[in-house]
Design a protein around this ligand. Structure first.
Ligand SMILES: C[S@@+](CC[C@H](N)C(=O)[O-])C[C@H]1O[C@@H](n2cnc3c(N)ncnc32)[C@H](O)[C@@H]1O
Ligand code: SF4
Length: 457
């Protein structure tokens, strides 16, 4: 996917977050470069290997399990998140535990993300009624990739996994999207994502041909499968029918998982529909989440450096975090391993390419840092020997008050009060002096050096 980001601070943040990852920083100054933001944890389908589908299925049969709050992301949380992090984000993936197109605010969210030059994508089951104006609105929002999950090419094969789904409806919707894209003269990449199982393997070629015909991308994908009869022919034997207790060497392998850094602690993050932050995209139970965004009170950065994050980063870096010795987090027992821990790092090549397009000739220091990314040790040494981070900036949320201490700005205007200042107390003090000279009382909510409490001046 093409990344349109061009502000220098996003590239500096990207490089610095790599530095913080490879040096195992516990308290970070940087922000994620890629983010999953889930518009909806609600879904209408019952896919049997998806926790949301399982929860829906249980409800249908009268039982009740609840892995997480089922809700739509609201614009207030979304806006506060993008106001805080939009400067640094290269990519927002609008999906995780539900059906994104059920949230009718999605086009507005994408528009806002695009105003920060962020690349955007959704994964959708497309098995829902969509009006023509909504389709146009979605495409006109500037969304880059619309990936539809259709695992089969007939109702029979499709519904084996997409339980409750309507194949003709979803297929018709993908055609409508392709036609609307062409009519509107847009370049949106429309993708047919096909998870391969034993029951739909024979549909692959017909689906591929159909995608060619209607001018969309066909993308076959490997599914997570935990029942042997669903493994496609070329994966047979992958599942052990008699799993045994882990051996000592397997336990050692588990330990090894947390001796290399996890990119989710530095370079990317997952925000759920209720505003909670998960340590990565895989844990489906809310009880493992690390914190809850509350616009105006608790921002992403507050959670990003809270005890759970610091303890998790420390554990991966082999560092003891004073005062948090007894704190437990899912990351300490990470069940996912290297692939999930680095799931989105393949996007780093796109960031580097974009940097070359924009800054190759004008930023020799950053150019050298980018060229050393393949070699973490050389990269860290170079970073330490130079002061790239001196040029970085961070958001500082400021509320101006009248002399009588009543808030001067109303809620709608508070986003105007996010300033970006270099990582330097001198700059902050200079800004404070200027604001005070203008007769403004000033409340600083967060500064570049997060120290675990609100700083009031
Ligand atoms: C949980 S879904 C949420 C988005 C949307 N409802 C959908 O299904 O596309 C996110 C992604 O997980 C994929 N997914 C669902 N079940 C899967 C499985 N068993 N193995 C791998 N990916 C799976 C979906 O196809 C989709 O790409
Ligand atoms: S459509 Fe997506 S979110 Fe819904 S149950 Fe299936 S995989 Fe899960």
């Amino acid at each position: 996917m093409y990344f349109p980001k061009s502000n220098r601070s996003a590239f500096v943040n990207f490089l610095r977050s790599k530095y913080e990852m490879w040096t195992g920083e516990v308290l970070v100054r940087t922000h994620p470069s890629y983010m999953g933001i889930d518009p909806s944890s609600i879904c209408q389908l019952r896919c049997p290997l998806c926790p949301t589908g399982v929860e829906n299925d249980e409800k249908k049969s009268g039982r009740s399990i609840s892995f997480r709050e089922r809700t739509f992301l609201n614009l207030e949380i979304f806006d506060s998140l993008i106001d805080e992090l939009g400067e640094y984000l290269f990519l927002v993936m609008f999906y995780n535990w539900g059906e994104p197109l059920l949230n009718k605010e999605l086009p507005a969210m994408i528009r806002k993300a695009k105003s920060f030059d962020i690349a955007t994508e959704i994964h959708t089951n497309l098995s829902l009624p969509l009006t023509d104006p909504f389709i146009d609105d979605l495409l006109n929002s500037g969304i880059d990739d619309v990936a539809a999950s259709l695992d089969g090419f007939s109702q029979a094969t499709y519904q084996t996994y997409r339980r409750g789904g309507n194949f003709e409806l979803a297929k018709n919707n993908i055609e409508r999207l392709a036609k609307a894209r062409d009519r509107l003269g847009l370049k949106t990449n429309i993708i047919w994502n096909f998870l391969v199982f034993s029951f739909n393997e024979h549909d692959i070629e017909s689906t591929r041909k159909y995608c060619e015909q209607i001018g969309i991308t066909f993308n076959r994908r490997e599914a997570f499968i935990d029942r042997p009869e669903w493994l496609p022919s070329y994966r047979k034997g992958e599942l052990d029918p008699n799993p045994t207790v882990p051996t000592a060497s397997e336990n050692a392998a588990t330990q090894k998982r947390i001796t290399t850094p996890c990119a989710w602690h530095y370079n990317y993050s997952m925000v759920n529909a209720n505003g909670s932050i998960s340590p990565c995209c895989a844990p489906w139970e809310q009880k493992h989440d690390f914190g809850l965004i509350q616009p105006g009170q608790i921002g992403f950065t507050d959670i990003w450096n809270n005890n759970l994050y610091r303890k998790s980063r420390g554990a991966f870096a082999g560092k003891r975090v004073k005062g948090l010795e007894k704190l437990d987090t899912l990351c300490l027992r990470c069940p996912y391993g290297h692939d999930i821990q680095n799931q989105y790092s393949f996007n780093d090549d796109q960031v580097r390419q974009r940097f070359l397009d924009v800054y190759q000739d004008t930023e020799p220091l950053l150019y050298r840092a980018f060229s050393l990314l393949e070699n973490p040790q050389a990269f860290t040494e170079f970073f330490q020997a130079n002061s790239i981070d001196n040029f970085a900036t961070a958001p500082v949320l400021v509320t101006f008050r009248n002399q009588d201490n009543s808030p001067k700005l109303n809620r709608a205007e508070t986003s105007n009060s996010v300033f970006r200042l270099p990582f330097s107390k001198t700059w902050l003090n200079q800004a404070l002096q200027i604001w005070r000279e203008k007769g403004l009382g000033v409340l600083i909510h967060r500064t570049w050096q997060y120290i675990g409490r609100t700083i009031q001046k």
